[in-house]
Design a protein around this ligand. Sequence first.
Ligand code: C2E
Ligand code: MG
Ligand code: MG
Ligand code: MG
Length: 277
Amino acid sequence: HSKSSGKGRITWYDDELDAQRTRKQAIETGIREGLKRGEFDVVYQPIIEARHGTIASVEALVRWPRRPEGELVPDQFIALAESSGLIQALGQFVLRRACQEMGDFPNVRLSVNISPAQFRDVAFESKVADILAETGFPAQRLELEVTEGNLIENPERAIAAVAALKALGVTIALDDFGTGYSSIGYLRRYDFDKIKIDKSLASQVDRDPQAAALVAGTVNIANALGLAVTAEGVETEDHVRLLRLAGCQYLQGYYFSRPKPLHDVLGLPAEKAAVRA
Ligand code: C2E
Ligand code: MG
Ligand code: MG
Ligand code: MG
């Protein structure tokens, strides 16, 4: 590398970083304004009871379809909402909307994702209690999904938050299991009710014997600890068969339904929701 070409590269990167920063700020402003303007929606994906093929619960997932610049997927905007502090407002919007809509379906439970930045707020559990009181949604029907990220940064705070939420009657699931580091340690430290095996692991059961062995082992560990298991990313009949065989109590994925407006999901014909043995 000549000196001048090296210099050129640095300048190019600087421009690129500036462009990234500007784009990031534009999305943050967009989230703030979008919340005020009602640009966000909540869609729901059914979680199927593996043995009976019935809908046990639905997972609420945020969408931003009315973004003026074009739709972004959650993986693109959640991280920015987190780093800018807007995740509190966005998260409360999702929880409130989901609790309101679910009031019409008394036999189905509700799962809502909680990001690490929401846990950081020591008022988080009282905000959850407020939203439950305001919407009349029973705490016993609510499950909050946390990831390893919620637990790593401040374990003391996470333990307190989990305990306070469980005292309300809310259940807690550890999401994206199998993607992180020492997840088994977390199972001892926290009072979870459920493990959700990530789709990157669960969806390999039909082609990767090691993935199949890890799923079976996870189910055994979970059950020994009194935890239920949901498999994510269930896309084919083979997945259904093998994940049931491995002992997963709940199944979730495109095989049953993509995330949709609530009335479309809970209006699902019984034969579509039924698991074929
Ligand atoms: P997650 O909580 O693990 O949610 C499951 C994701 O997998 C969803 O993606 C869902 O649409 C997708 N999925 C479900 N079944 C299948 C399948 O069979 N195959 C494949 N390939 N994908 C499937 P989505 O909706 O794009 O959300 C991505 C992530 O963004 C979520 O992962 C969650 O971490 C986060 N997220 C979404 N909504 C919220 C929210 O309201 N609050 C927070 N904090 N995070 C959210
Ligand atoms: Mg989730
Ligand atoms: Mg997940
Ligand atoms: Mg995820």
